[in-house]
Design a protein around this ligand. Structure first.
Ligand code: SF4
Ligand code: FES
Length: 247
């Protein structure tokens, strides 16, 4: 396939960015989207030009590093799929594809398609953990947890922290991410002890980072590669209301 790529280039956080057109030739339908960008970068380096900066790590949909907005959709057109798992067979010969970084005040652009998502780390550091000693895996296995509760916790724990939910939201809200992280602990007995402090601290940190609030648009759920449902946001809100009564 021969494709036209319109790619966001930005030299640094303080520089102005712009979309630059590139031609990608000989693209195989079996390539992943990131492999296609690798080939484009090889061509740029051979011509003595600067490679396009983009994030990736596992390239198998589990680490949360990849973060491209493809034709206006975070992670691209395939539902429940990270952009590292998106394949070029999804596109046609002659297509023009626009590639941009996540756009949110709390995720400043570092370079080209790379954004700084350390705000998520600071939200987790504010309370997204268990600090009491709950023992090792054998101890955990001795606590009887109903299967439905264990599965609910595991479904929420599937969040890979990619930030696509923020990029899709018109409010740049981190509620789906926080809802997943709070839910995975809130439904288990191990998370009970720090329940009140956790939700209060995480929401306060998200506000301080500049993330917006939730107005129930649902874009976050639509683009989430792990298909985290917005019922996690409802659970977080219930946790927050409960925490205000307990303070
Ligand atoms: S909720 Fe989904 S979109 Fe948001 S950070 Fe987690 S995996 Fe990514
Ligand atoms: S590179 Fe790890 S999820 Fe995409």
């Amino acid at each position: 396939m021969r494709l036209t790529l319109r790619i966001w280039r930005q030299a640094g956080p303080a520089s102005a960015g712009r979309l630059v057109d590139y031609t990608a030739d000989g693209v195989s339908p079996d390539m992943s989207f990131l492999e296609m960008l690798d080939v484009v970068n090889e061509g740029l380096v051979k011509k003595g030009q600067e490679a396009i900066a983009f994030d990736s790590d596992c390239r198998e949909g589990i680490c949360g590093m990849c973060s491209l907005v493809v034709n206006g959709i975070p992670h691209g057109p395939d539902r429940g799929t990270t952009v590292c798992q998106l394949h070029m067979r999804r596109f046609k010969d002659g297509d023009t594809i626009t590639v941009e970084p996540w756009r949110a005040r709390a995720f400043p652009v570092v370079k080209d398609l790379v954004v700084d998502r350390s705000a998520f780390d600071r939200i987790i550091a504010a309370g997204g953990y268990i600090s009491i000693n709950v023992g090792g895996a054998p101890d955990g296995n001795t606590i009887p947890i109903p299967k439905t509760i264990a599965e609910t916790a595991m479904d929420s724990a599937a969040c890979i922290g990619c930030g696509a939910c923020v990029a899709a939201c018109k409010n740049a809200s981190a509620h789906l991410f926080m809802g997943a992280k709070i839910s995975q602990l809130a439904v288990l007995p191990q998370g009970e002890v720090e329940r009140t402090r956790r939700v209060t601290a995480m929401i306060a940190q998200a506000d301080a980072e500049g993330f917006g609030s939730c107005s129930n648009e649902g874009e976050c759920e639509a683009v989430c590669p792990k298909e985290i449902p917005i019922s996690n946001i409802a659970r977080m809100t219930r946790e927050y209301v409960r925490a205000q009564w307990q303070r």
